[in-house]
Design a protein around this ligand. Sequence first.
Ligand SMILES: [Zn+2]
Length: 134
Amino acid sequence: MSLNYNTNLIKVKRSYSPKEIAKLFGINKKTCFLWIKDKGLKVIKENTNPLLISGQELKDFIIQNKKNRKTKLKENEYFCLKCQKSVIAKIGSEQIIKTGKTIGEYKLPQMNKIGLCMICETKLNKFLGVCQKD
Ligand SMILES: [Zn+2]
């Protein structure tokens, strides 16, 4: 999901059809349906044509998704469930293990990075993509 959706464009007191949302943000209508189907964007009433989403719900949804993106971890960070924040592993506790699964069409082995939280020593765990960027 792009970070560039301007929530100021949304009028919270009106409702939007997926077509209108698509137009508002300059995105594909299919993306809107994906938000509804897979990402938990709530419609006012199911099985209506067109589906309608309240402006308030749309705004909350996008803000929430932005927040989720912000917790994206850096290379050396983990998310600690106990500390409820991104943390760095204790020095010497990190290991990279193979999960036994493969990723993508080239069947590259999926790697898992484990370690202990530097603060509370809870086990940390994250999947490493093979083509890990940023
Ligand atoms: Zn911790």
